[in-house]
Ligand binder design. Structure first.
Ligand code: NAD
Length: 371
């Protein structure tokens, strides 16, 4: 866990400082982002950080979500985006999250949603008898297709005859590139806790023979190119059961957008919950977006209850993307130390507030720096 495994990073910088866009967003987003950014200075790598205001507050004042030109500015002039969360009950149709988050995922073609499922302390695992080494794998969720493209429509809306259709879009190109990314990750030294790397593809081809038949055929073709990797397949219902029953069987799991969304919340739950779940929305070698898995949690926003550790772990992934994996490893080690010492927020059974937990990470980090 503390050793970086990341084959999707940027080329080395050409003499200039890395540029990071910060979108703190709504609810607990700004609270956890502020804590995580405290780690930047002690990590000792000078970054140019620019904050963008896109959020529910900004939308309610200006009617602006993702402004024109934002995509090309981020793509051409930034190395990574650090994102908090979007979602606010005052914007009931979720237009800000849809335009900004889905807009960036699709617009920047961030086709890999990479989510580590890595237990930091066995005390946090709700499954009896599981050790840290048993819950230590990666999920790659396809991030640009599936039902999230929002194709479909409704007919005779709000009548007893209403018909609603949401299309599940899958392309050969989209499926193949995420499966290839899974094999690339599995074959990085240390990615696997097993003697031979393992990739498990999760689908539901028995119920969705067209779309997920495409996944199965593509998987078989790519798998044949990696005879040294153990390739397996599970239907999503069985995969959900196995995440809980035998998480130790997994190294790298690759799946569709919708199934990845659901399975990774389960993955977070077996590691202690959303408060420790990090993610990256990645296009290899290009500006990519890093965000905690959790949402804006309006139920706890502004109360000092939010766990900032997912945001710290997310920042560590961002450093991996910049090619600064030693900094990422140092930050991961600091988070591990505070979890093992029980210096955590209430969702993990501790007593600390958001900022006190941030203080503990900073202390661990500066202690680690001196070692
Ligand atoms: N990527 C994103 O920005 C994203 C992801 C999921 C949900 N959302 C949005 O967030 C809003 C709330 O959604 P939700 O309640 O379904 O999901 P959520 O992740 O915000 O919260 C789910 C539960 O987990 C708790 N929780 C979440 N993060 C926590 C943390 N860091 N520390 C402690 N507890 C934490 C919350 O208090 C809540 O009880 C909605 O508007 C939703 O659309 C945004």
């Amino acid at each position: 866990m503390t050793q970086s495994v990341y084959p999707f990073g940027l080329a080395p910088p050409s003499g200039r400082r890395r540029r990071i866009a910060v979108i703190a967003g709504d609810g607990i987003g700004p609270e956890v982002v502020a804590q995580a950014l405290r780690a930047v200075e002690p990590l000792g790598i000078a970054l140019d950080i620019q904050h963008f205001p896109w959020s529910a507050d900004h939308y309610l004042k200006t009617q602006e979500t993702l402004p024109k030109g934002a995509l090309s500015e981020l793509r051409d002039h930034f190395d990574a985006i650090f994102f908090g969360a979007l979602g606010d009950p005052r914007v009931p149709d979720g237009v800000v999250a849809k335009d900004v988050l889905l807009g960036l995922r699709f617009g920047l073609d961030l086709y890999i949603n990479l989510r580590p499922v890595q237990l930091l302390d066995e005390k946090l695992c709700p499954i009896k008898g599981k050790q840290r080494r048993d819950v230590n794998f990666w999920v790659l969720r396809e991030n640009t297709e599936g039902p999230y493209v929002q194709m479909g429509g409704s007919f005779k809306r709000d009548t007893p005859d209403e018909v609603a259709i949401s299309e599940d879009l899958n392309t050969r190109r989209g499926v193949e590139r995420i499966i290839r990314a899974a094999y690339t990750l599995a074959n990085v030294p240390h990615a696997s806790s097993h003697k031979t790397p393992r990739v498990c593809m999760v689908d539901k081809a028995n119920a969705l023979p067209h779309a997920h038949g495409l996944w199965q055929r593509t998987f078989r073709q790519v798998a044949a190119e990696y005879p040294e990797t153990t390739s397996s397949h599970l239907f999503v219902d069985v995969a959900a059961m196995e995440f809980v029953r035998t998480p130790e069987r997994f190294d790298v799991v690759v799946t569709s957008n919708l199934f990845g969304d659901i399975l990774t919340d389960l993955g977070a739950a077996i590691c202690g919950g959303l408060g420790v779940a990090a993610s990256g929305n990645i296009h290899p070698g290009r500006c990519s977006l890093f965000e905690p898995v959790h949402g804006s949690a309006p139920d706890i926003a502004g109360k000092g209850l939010a766990n900032p550790l997912a945001a710290f772990l997310t920042l560590a992934m961002l450093y991996d993307h910049l090619g600064e994996s030693q900094a990422g490893d140092r930050l991961r080690r600091a988070v591990e130390q505070v979890v093992l010492a029980g210096l955590v927020t209430r969702d993990l059974g501790g007593q600390l507030s958001t900022s006190e937990c941030g203080d503990a990470v900073l202390r661990a980090l500066t202690g680690a720096t001196r070692n």
